[in-house]
Design a protein around this ligand. Structure first.
Ligand SMILES: Nc1nc2c(c(=O)[nH]1)N[C@H]1C(S)=C(S)[C@@H](COP(=O)(O)OP(=O)(O)OC[C@H]3O[C@@H](n4cnc5c(=O)[nH]c(N)nc54)[C@H](O)[C@@H]3O)O[C@H]1N2
Ligand SMILES: Nc1nc2c(c(=O)[nH]1)N[C@H]1C(S)=C(S)[C@@H](COP(=O)(O)OP(=O)(O)OC[C@H]3O[C@@H](n4cnc5c(=O)[nH]c(N)nc54)[C@H](O)[C@@H]3O)O[C@H]1N2
Ligand SMILES: [Mo]
Length: 625
């Protein structure tokens, strides 16, 4: 790569954008954002795409992370805030049902709440095909077949109804469509659930009774439930259970989804999503469009409509109807997107790829131009944490010479594109002031939040519509922001994963995380202590399955799916299901498990099925053999 000045780089970017748009139209330029960005950056990136580039083609890596949970909560409650209650409530719950999350490795700071909950006599029940580190700290574990959460949750609802453990008053007063859910649940009798999930009937009934008899219960989901072709349905099925028990809106009880990325909550509220405008507004809602157009000082007709979702955007790159010039800010899709070899090919087919990153990630290596930007400790801004609490991140260090922050960068690019008047921001605070106005009246209303108030209150929970409003730590206490004020039950029939094991690919492949590495590994694989702890991907496999395939601990193995192959090292684990392998996704190249994953998308959230596909395993000769 050849170093150039910022001036040359920005000139060249503007030229690429203009030539591409003249030749192929405005929509041929696209943007890929991130839940790692601050609220201010995410807001500005959405505005930059719609106003400076006039394109609808913007989405972000949170589509791979939170979109199924978000869609389910919007449908059931009329609002998506990952936890509608403060974390502190976890410590108070008598029973916690944790489905598809391994927080002992992925969110260790949360374990203190569970430790306190258990010291007070509380129970932790986990649902995971693996007996994960988190499952080991719980009292009950339902080790379901990958992809079968909807069956399990419907089975719990079946037993709760059958045994008279539901909260009839709550259902009558605060919910709608229960009859349809009840009729649906009738088809999930325990023997059938056992057949489809592998969870013994006895365990299902016992867990239903533990949930039904507790005074306070919290149900939580993680990526294991959500990153599936029927991820929204899976989450809705657990929400049905929470509503039938009357948990949602009750202190010490409730339903929540554990948001992953640093700004995974705020990142999904302010307009970097293909179908979204700031304040958690829908881009296809005429009233929302009018209100944002007013704040931005443009005519509503100048706002583009909805664009493609993340995987669909990436898969369109370099095709005749697709995006030809892509701007990536805070993501490494060569490693983290499903069917990654195909996505790498699409990225390579672009006329121009611009990547803003502080490291030369696998994706940055393919770029035409890489822009070195500040990292978290070098810039000020706000983030919204998994509780919906807006927090202030101060600048702790000066960036090295020659490094720009994203706000300066986007404003300067907009200026060179002739859109200066809409991007006159000198810093994050000034962007936040506009974000406040843009979010006013929306679901995620930040109008009453200021940096000073955040500092004074140690964070402010949205919605916070006016300066004298204290913020909203607990949602849904009296009503839901739906048209009739009630939460909605859904019919959540099981469909099964996009790929089931067969003769050629006889096992399930699950993917996820380990403690030592973060996401695509672009940040953590450079840290020698972490590399020493975890130098390469380990394939977790049951001892019986390993023996059947002639594999022993430490062997190199080749995994193949219908899409591609990868290499990893065998780690025997007697607590994983015999029909399932688990591989973390933190590596690139021939070690990238995402070369294998199935890009089947949930029809409602457009989220890919990272968590389940069909796989084959073979032994590879070790070097020197
Ligand atoms: N160390 C570390 N911490 C992280 C991250 C990281 O990369 N590394 N990433 C952050 C981000 S962005 C996120 S989104 C969170 C994710 O946090 P988690 O959701 O806790 O992480 P995962 O490991 O992806 O998946 C959780 C569990 O789902 C299980 N699972 C797989 N298939 C199924 C299924 O069909 N049903 C059920 N019920 N479970 C299943 C897996 O076995 C796994 O134990 O972590 C955050 N924290
Ligand atoms: N197989 C499989 N694949 C998965 C998942 C899974 O469970 N299984 N999980 C999915 C999930 S939940 C997620 S969130 C995605 C995440 O996957 P990615 O989107 O690839 O996330 P990161 O590895 O965090 O990549 C962030 C890149 O942006 C850079 N970066 C970090 N902060 C900033 C910033 O503030 N500004 C800029 N400009 N750059 C920054 C980092 O250096 C890094 O190169 O992966 C998804 N992929
Ligand atoms: Mo995530």
């Amino acid at each position: 790569m050849l170093p150039v000045s910022w001036d040359e780089a920005l000139d060249s970017i503007v030229q690429h954008i203009q030539i591409t748009q003249q030749r192929y139209g405005k929509e041929a330029v696209g943007v890929f954002g991130s839940g790692a960005l601050t609220n201010e950056e995410a807001y500005l990136l959405g505005k930059f795409a719609r106003l400076a580039l006039n394109t609808s083609q913007i989405d972000y890596n949170g589509r791979f992370c939170m979109s199924s949970a978000a869609e389910a909560m919007n449908r059931a409650f009329g609002l998506d805030r990952g936890l509608p209650f403060p974390l502190e409530d976890l410590a108070q719950a008598e029973v916690i049902l944790l489905a598809g999350s391994n927080i002992a490795e992925t969110m260790p700071p949360l374990m203190q709440y569970l430790d306190r909950q258990q010291r007070a006599g509380g129970l932790l029940i986990t649902v995971d095909p693996r007996h994960s580190l988190t499952a080991r700290s719980g009292q009950r574990h339902l080790q379901l077949t990958p992809g079968s959460d909807a069956v399990l949750a419907n089975g719990l609802l079946h037993v709760l109804i059958r045994d008279g453990l539901i909260d009839e008053d709550y259902i009558a007063q605060r919910t709608s469509h229960f009859d349809a859910a009840r009729a649906m649940a009738a088809a999930y009798w325990p023997e059938r659930v056992e057949r489809l999930t592998g969870v013994p009937e006895r365990d299902l009934v016992e867990v239903a009774h533990l949930l039904g008899q507790a005074h306070s219960t919290i149900i939580l989901t993680g990526r294991g439930v959500e990153q599936q072709r029927q991820g929204v349905t899976n989450v809705l099925a657990y929400i049905n259970v929470a509503l039938a028990l009357g948990l949602v809106g009750k202190p010490g009880s409730g339903f929540g989804s554990l948001t992953g990325q640093g700004n995974g909550q705020g990142g999904r509220e302010h307009g970097q999503k293909a179908n979204q405008l700031p304040g958690y507004r829908r881009i296809d809602d005429p009233a929302a469009r009018a209100s944002i157009a007013r704040v931005w000082g443009i005519d509503e007709s100048e706002l583009p409509g909805p664009g493609r979702s993340a995987y669909e955007l990436l898969a369109s790159l370099g095709t005749p109807e697709g995006v030809r010039c892509l701007f990536v800010m805070g993501s490494n899709p060569v490693v983290s997107a499903p069917n990654a070899l195909h996505i790498e090919e699409r990225l390579a087919a672009l006329d121009c790829l611009i990547v803003c990153d502080f490291f030369l990630s696998e994706t940055a290596r393919l770029a035409t131009i890489v822009l070195p930007v500040t990292q978290w400790a070098e810039e000020e801004g706000t983030l919204t944490n998994l509780e919906g609490r807006v927090i202030h991140r101060r600048r702790a260090f000066d960036p090295p010479a020659g490094v720009w922050d994203e706000i300066t960068l986007l404003c300067e690019l907009a200026r060179r594109l002739g859109k200066d008047q809409y991007f006159r921001f000198r810093n994050a605070r000034e962007v936040f002031e506009e974000l406040r106005r843009a979010s006013a009246g929306g679901l995620a209303d930040y109008a009453g939040i200021t940096y000073e108030k955040i500092d004074a209150q140690q964070g402010v929970f949205w919605p916070c519509p006016t300066p004298d409003h204290p913020g909203t730590p607990r949602l849904f206490a009296d009503s839901f922001p739906t048209t009739d004020g009630r939460a909605r039950f859904h019919v959540t029939h099981y469909q099964g994963p996009g790929e089931e094991p067969d003769r050629d690919y006889p096992l399930y492949l699950c993917t996820g995380r380990i403690l030592a590495h973060y996401q695509s590994g672009s940040q953590t694989r450079r840290i020698s202590q972490l590399r020493a702890l975890s130098p390469e991907p380990l394939i977790e496999i049951h001892p019986i399955t390993a023996r059947e395939h002639g594999l022993s601990e430490g062997d190199l193995a080749l995994l193949s799916t219908r899409r591609a192959s990868m290499q990893g090292r065998i780690r025997i684990n007697e607590t994983i299901r015999q029909d399932t392998l688990f591989v973390p996704f933190h590596w690139g190249g021939v070690q990238a498990v995402n070369r294998l994953t199935n890009p089947a998308l949930d029809p409602m959230s457009r989220m890919p099925e990272f968590k389940v596909c069909a796989v084959r395993i073979e032994r590879l000769a070790n070097p020197g053999e």
